[in-house]
Design a binder for this molecule. Structure first.
Ligand code: AVI
Length: 327
C-alpha cells in the first residue's frame, strides 16, 4: 500500500521542530560551534542542492551518473541473481537521477522487483510518487517516510524478498569515519545473508578539484550553507543576519576531510527564541564534513562491518566508486 506522505500529523511536526531546536542549541553551545548538516534539506535547501548537483564544479553527480550509465550491465547482472524477486531499497533517493537508469535497465530485462525509496522528507517521496509511475509504468513503488533504519525494519516486515540497498551520492561522506563504521554495522544488522548493498563513495583525488566542488564559482554552496541560518530564522524565530557570515571550505589531503564553515565577520549576538548566542569576530560554525575515501578505506568499511566487497564500479576518471557489497 502506498502511504500518504503529504500530511504529517501535527504532533510529528511539533516533535520534529522541537528536535531541530534542541540540536541547533546544542551545536551552537559547543566550542567550536557546530550545526548538523542534515538540516540543510528544507524545500529551499533541496532546490539549492539540485543546483549544486548540476553545477560545473560539483563533479560527484556527473561521475556517479557515468557509473549508472556505462557500468549498468555489470550492475544488473549482480542484482538479477537467478531471477529471484527482490526489493530495491534506496536510502535518500533525491529525484532518482541516477537510480532511474538502473530501474529502467532492470525493467527492460524483465526483473521482478519492488522499489522502496526511504526518505525523511515527504516532499522527496511525493515527487517520486508523482513522476516515477509515468516513467516506469507497472513498477511497484512503496515509499517509506522516516528514518533510514526504522524504515528498513518496516521494509523487512513488508516482505521476505532478497534486498538490494542503494546508498548513493557519497551520502556516507557526510558522517565522521567513526559514524560511517557505525552506520555500516547498523545497516548490516538490518540485512540477511545474500542481500546486496551499493554504496557511493567520493574518492581522494587532486585536492584542488575537491575544494572547488565545495567552493563553487557561482557561490551556490555558500547559499546552501547560509540557507540553514535562514531556516533557523524562519522556523525557530532566530535573527541571524546572513550578511554577517561568510562561507569557507577546507580540504585536508592527509585525512581526506573536506569541511565547510560559516565564519562570523564581526562580534555579534544572535537570538534564537529565548536564547542569546555570542559570536566573536572570525569565530566559525562547522557546518558539514564531506569525507573523501581511498579504495582501501572503502574495502575496510565493508570487511570490518560484516560485508564482502564483490565489485567496485568506477567512472572513467576513477574519481568516484559505487562499491557493491554482499552480506
Ligand atoms: C549530500 N552530500 C553527499 C553532499 C556532499 O557532497 O557532501 C552535500 C553537499 N554539500 C555541499 N555540496 C554538496
Amino acid at each position: 500500500s502506498q502511504s500518504n506522505v503529504k500530511n504529517l500529523p501535527k504532533e510529528t511536526v511539533a516533535k520534529n521542530s522541537q528536535q531541530f531546536y534542541e540540536d541547533v542549541l546544542e551545536g551552537l553551545s559547543q566550542y567550536p560551534k557546530k550545526l548538523p548538516s542534515k538540516y540543510f534539506y528544507n524545500a529551499a535547501g533541496d532546490r539549492l542542492f539540485q543546483q549544486i548537483m548540476h553545477s560545473a564544479d560539483y563533479y560527484l553527480t556527473r561521475c556517479e551518473l557515468d557509473i549508472f550509465t556505462t557500468r549498468l550491465p555489470e550492475m544488473t547482472k549482480l542484482l538479477i541473481k537467478e531471477g529471484t524477486p527482490f526489493d530495491l531499497i534506496e536510502l535518500g533517493p533525491g529525484d532518482c537521477y541516477k537510480s532511474i537508469h538502473l530501474m529502467k535497465a532492470l525493467t527492460k530485462q524483465q526483473a521482478t522487483f519492488n522499489y522502496l525509496p526511504i526518505d525523511i522528507s515527504g516532499a522527496v517521496l511525493d515527487l517520486i510518487n508523482t513522476t516515477l509511475p509515468a516513467l516506469l509504468p507497472g513498477m511497484p513503488i512503496i515509499p517509506l517516510h522516516g528514518e533510514y533504519f526504522r524504515m528498513l525494519s518496516k521494509a523487512n516486515k513488508h516482505s521476505a524478498n532478497r534486498k538490494v540497498v542503494l546508498c548513493l551520492g557519497s551520502n556516507i561522506g557526510n558522517m565522521s569515519m567513526m559514524e560511517s563504521h557505525a552506520f555500516c554495522q547498523d545497516l548490516r544488522r538490518h540485512l540477511d545473508p545474500g542481500d546486496l548493498v551499493i554504496m557511493g563513495f567520493d574518492l581522494v583525488k587532486n585536492p584542488n578539484m575537491i575544494r572547488m566542488a565545495y567552493n563553487d564559482r557561482d557561490g551556490i554552496t555558500s547559499q546552501f550553507n547560509l540557507n540553514l541560518l535562514k531556516r533557523i530564522n524562519h522556523e525557530l524565530g532566530g535573527n541571524f543576519n546572513l550578511d554577517d557570515f561568510e562561507h569557507y571550505c577546507s580540504y585536508e589531503p592527509e585525512t581526506g576531510a573536506c569541511k565547510s564553515f560559516l565564519v562570523c565577520l564581526e562580534d555579534r549576538t544572535v537570538r534564537i527564541r529565548d536564547t542569546t548566542i555570542s559570536f566573536k569576530k572570525n569565530e566559525y560554525i562547522w557546518m558539514e564534513i564531506s569525507q573523501k575515501f581511498t579504495q582501501e578505506q572503502v574495502d575496510d568499511l565493508a570487511l570490518k562491518n560484516g560485508f564482502k566487497p564483490v565489485s567496485n564500479l568506477m567512472d572513467s576518471k576513477q574519481w568516484f566508486v559505487d562499491a557493491c557489497w554482499v552480506v
